[in-house]
Design a protein around this ligand. Structure first.
Ligand SMILES: [Zn+2]
Length: 107
């Protein structure tokens, strides 16, 4: 029985077609090669496929949406929590209910 040595690189020619996913530096997506089947169809593109794989495209658009949302909601400074405890003398005998607005009611 003569064994024929096979090289592990022999099947390299049958690999699926790869396409470059450009990734997005802005959202920390590394460029990489992915099977053509992983790319969404983009009829407007010259070759009819997106420039990012589906997974990263989703991450990219989600990141854009997040950014747009953050821009629309103007950065409002968080109101400082009122230091109730500091301005109030301790009254152990009464029950103090503190509402989320920061005001306190004594029952
Ligand atoms: Zn990708």
């Amino acid at each position: 029985m003569a064994k024929k040595p096979t090289t592990p690189t022999e099947h390299a020619s049958s690999e699926p077609m790869l396409r470059r996913c450009i990734g997005s530096h802005r959202f920390g997506i590394e460029p990489h090669d992915a099977p053509v089947g992983d790319f969404p169809r983009r009829p407007s593109q010259k070759d009819g496929l997106g420039r990012m794989c589906q997974v990263h495209w989703n991450q990219y658009t989600a990141g854009l949406a997040r950014d747009a949302k953050a821009r629309n909601a103007a950065p409002v400074e968080e109101p400082e929590p009122t230091p109730i405890a500091a301005s109030r003398r301790p009254r152990a005998a009464r029950e103090v209910t503190i509402t989320p607005e920061g005001s306190a009611t004594i029952e």
